[in-house]
Design a protein around this ligand. Sequence first.
Ligand SMILES: NC(=O)c1ccc[n+]([C@@H]2O[C@H](COP(=O)([O-])OP(=O)(O)OC[C@H]3O[C@@H](n4cnc5c(N)ncnc54)[C@H](O)[C@@H]3O)[C@@H](O)[C@H]2O)c1
Length: 345
Amino acid sequence: MKRALVTGSSGLVGSAAVAHFDRLGWRVHGIDNNLRRDFFGPDGDTARNLERLRRDTRQFEHLSLDVRDREAISAIVERVRPDLVVHCAAQPSHDLARARVFDDFDINAVGTLNLLEAVRQSCRETPFVFMSTNKVYGDAPNEKPFRETATRFDFARREDRHGIDESCQVDRCLHSMFGVSKLAADVLVQEYGRYFDIPTVCFRAGCLTGSAHAGAELHGFLAYLARAILEGRQYRIYGYGGKQVRDNLHADDVCLAFEAFAAAPRVGAVYNMGGGRENSISVLEAITRLEELTGRRLHTTQVDEPRRGDHICYISDLRRFKADYPVWTPTRDLDDILKELVARP
Ligand SMILES: NC(=O)c1ccc[n+]([C@@H]2O[C@H](COP(=O)([O-])OP(=O)(O)OC[C@H]3O[C@@H](n4cnc5c(N)ncnc54)[C@H](O)[C@@H]3O)[C@@H](O)[C@H]2O)c1
């Protein structure tokens, strides 16, 4: 029986990965210490996902470990000797990172190094999947020329229509502390590929979502928006008049990308990963559609100042991943995703 080791296994992407590989008949070992609750308070609590996984999976072992605990991580990798590592544990918030600089870097950068080195010591043939982020590009995507419509910003030039590709610069721009810690991890993952010849991949993700997301104001764009509408919360729109655009991908579709990579791994691979243009939406457009779906009105406050380093329009160019893994294509369109988010209990 194949074995997967998933970190951040109670979070959005990690819990989807546990369920996905369990369905495929793998034994899955998950590492998560619910630090998301510490980051974001009760909104971020992932205990509900862990309960669901314990109830619904067949071959799942939960380990309440911290990826910063180098000895424990090394021991567990040595014991499990996984056939696949999916590393999703993170401090995931662009904005929170400034208040938790050491936690952010220790978890995102050093935690990733702990896992990489453990894999090198115990199972260097094992494909290593790292959930990176589009924030590694800092605010460089904002240098593109934009046009403004009634509801969104979009790229002005035809050649930018497919969105941001992997050649986008990663330095000489503003990142946020989160962008820096993730970029450090991203480069480490590439280096363990190129230098040590381990099959590693960085998926630089746009917005990922699904009903398993413990949406909080500081992380989880659509999940938090749906929560705000359903619970009658005041929603703050930060800058750009709500016309900033994100592409959104369901966590289950991210898992299909993991599966495709695991079946045909490469060394030191880097791919942008997201919903692409079809699954792109602005804050204003998302509010309108969620209001239609729920029949409720969202109470909003406009904050003039955008989030520091926030993208004006970000759409992942998926052509490189699709060319290397033609088997992969997103299965959930944006409306499916929005319906799922407002249908949750
Ligand atoms: N959700 C998105 O929109 C998005 C976008 C781009 C990149 N990503 C990346 O994808 C990955 C997964 O994101 P997500 O949305 O599932 O986040 P999430 O917060 O839902 O899941 C991360 C999980 O990791 C756990 N965790 C945090 N620190 C830990 C530690 N030190 N030790 C053990 N567990 C720890 C948390 O408790 C949480 O359950 C992250 O690396 C994130 O940066 C996410």
